[in-house]
Design a protein around this ligand. Structure first.
Ligand SMILES: Cc1cc2nc3c(=O)[nH]c(=O)nc-3n(C[C@H](O)[C@H](O)[C@H](O)COP(=O)(O)O)c2cc1C
Length: 396
């Protein structure tokens, strides 16, 4: 932790006193810790305690030294922020974007990883609103350090006790390690559907939203990679800090992918590219008639095979969305296209497309099989990169 810049946000829960012990441990390990207290946290513990432990000023109000714009400065100077304890209230505010004090305004302005350590009464924690807030925040990239089960302040047992200091430190270490794990690597991600027009207003497309690829690009950028995202037609916004090029058709994607995969360490092809396109595109909108419309379809270019053949990317990972005989088809696709790995996405019954939750299985060329489990797309992106990073080791 030597020299680590950590922003510790303390909200108003009974476990606020444990944040002081955490601040002390972080300082002893060599970290530089800035502390923000919410107004209600000050009811539980004095700013003075943190000032003494960190040997730094403690921040409690947006209005103390506004000329230094503390909410922006504090998150720019830190490499990560951790909220200990995170009250039900601050979780709800973070989910909805309420920024009515220094803590919530700073966290809203943060582009650094944010860890949240919820701690509260079991009924508050199990309340559907809190559960939904936590799930939504996790899906957006916040790291949740789950509370534990044990003795609560209300003199009853239940889930809601702040994670142990050991687990908090481990979570901080993991985020710091991940932050640097792809520094110096170039990563290309393709995402979203393609649209193959047959007249100026109609096209053949599919239900992909690009959410998986967007989460992967975001996660790779958070780990320090130089990321390019090739994004098809979707309403989802591309992630911050990722160079994004848009495509509509498979042909456009092919041209971009060949250019952008040059000198890449890793290409992840998550785009759901149409396999067929209309052979002819009418220059004018086809008139509606009662007759059956026949449209001839031809194969679109095989983007993945072209990326591999061009040889610009050291490691190429494909996606297989299968509805039956999943593993067999996915392995076959990996062999045929000479991929380093393939991610199997079971889309039977419409699962996978657009939904925030997904289930993924990673098959490696070595024969290894990594079940990434069922989780939201953000968490799966992290697990997938964890599993792919060893493939990049030893590459020049
Ligand atoms: C004695 C006491 C203990 C509390 N403990 C917790 C707690 O552990 N977790 C929690 O979410 N809220 C707890 N609350 C409620 C919060 O203090 C309250 O929701 C407050 O508005 C939180 O403000 P903040 O999120 O801005 O810090 C407690 C309240 C009291 C009076």
């Amino acid at each position: 932790m030597n020299g680590a810049r950590i922003l510790l946000v303390v909200s108003g829960g009974i476990a606020a006193y444990k944040a002081a012990a955490l601040a002390s441990t972080l300082v002893q390990k060599g970290a530089i810790v800035d502390v923000i207290l919410t107004a209600d946290a000050e009811r539980f513990i004095a700013p003075l305690t943190f000032a003494a432990l960190t040997a730094r000023p403690v921040y409690c109000s947006l209005w103390d030294a506004p000329e230094r714009i503390p909410h922006i400065r504090l998150v720019r100077e830190a490499e990560l922020a951790i909220v200990v304890p995170a009250t039900a209230n601050i979780l709800a505010k973070l989910r909805t974007g309420i920024a009515d004090d220094l803590a919530t305004t700073a966290l809203l302005a943060a582009r650094i990883p944010i860890l949240l350590a919820p701690a509260m009464n079991a009924a508050m924690y199990e309340n559907a609103t809190t559960s939904e807030n936590i799930a939504a925040l996790q899906a957006r990239g916040y790291e949740i350090v789950e509370p534990e089960s044990g003795f609560l302040a209300e003199r009853e047992h239940g889930v809601g006790r702040l994670a142990s200091e050991e687990r908090l430190l481990e979570a901080i270490q993991n985020v710091r390690a991940r932050r640097r794990s792809l520094v110096g690597k170039r990563v290309l991600v393709t995402a979203g559907p393609s649209q193959e027009p047959f007249d100026p207003v109609r096209f053949i497309g599919n239900a992909s939203t690009g959410a998986t690829g967007i989460a992967l690009a975001d996660e790779a950028a958070r780990r320090g990679a130089n990321v390019t995202l090739l994004l098809g037609p979707t309403l989802l916004p591309p992630p911050h800090g990722v160079r994004t090029e848009r495509f509509a058709t498979a042909q456009e994607l092919l041209e971009l992918a060949l250019r952008e995969s040059r000198e890449c360490d890793l290409t992840i092809a998550a785009a759901a590219v149409a396999d067929w396109r209309p052979s002819e595109i009418s220059a004018e909108k086809r008139k509606k008639s009662d007759e059956t419309l026949h449209v001839d379809l031809e194969r679109t270019p095989d983007v993945l095979a072209a990326i591999v053949a061009a040889g610009g990317s050291r490691c190429v990972v494909g996606f297989a969305a299968e509805t039956n005989d999943h593993e067999l088809h996915a392995r076959d696709k990996m062999e045929r296209k000479k991929l380093d790995a393939i991610v199997l996405n079971d889309v039977s019954g419409g699962a996978g497309f657009g939904l925030q939750e997904n289930r993924l299985l990673l098959l490696l060329r070595s024969g290894e099989r990594v079940d990434l489990g069922r989780a939201n797309k953000r968490a799966l992106a992290g697990r997938l990169l964890d599993a792919l990073e060893p493939l990049l080791k030893g590459n020049p």
